[in-house]
Design a protein around this ligand. Sequence first.
Ligand SMILES: [Zn+2]
Length: 114
Amino acid sequence: MHEVGIISSMLKKIERIMEQEELTHVEKIVIEVGELSGVVPHYMEECYPAAVYKTRFAETKLEMITIPGILRCDECGMEFNGYQHDLCCPACGNRQKHTPLTGRELLIKEIVGY
Ligand SMILES: [Zn+2]
C-alpha cells in the first residue's frame, strides 16, 4: 500500500501551507481523489489514522471527494467511466486509445483550520 507514503507527503505539504497561512491547528483536510489517480480512497481512509497518530494532525478529520474517472474513446468518441469499465470502451471495446477527461487528480482542496 503506497497510500501511507502519499498521506505523509500530503501532510508535509499541508505543514508548509500552515506556515504560510499562519495556521496553528487544522480541523479538517478536504482532498479530491480521482478514480484514475492510482490511489484507492478506501485505503487512504484505512491508513490515515496510523499516518497521523501522535502528530499534530491526530485530531484532524480527513474528507475525500471522489472524482469520477471519465475517459473519451479515441476510436468512437464515447465518454465512459474508465474505472467502472476497467479501461475498456463499452461501445466499441477499444482498450488502447483513450483521452482522460477527469479523474487523475489527487489534490488538497481545502484546509479548515485557524
Ligand atoms: Zn469506443
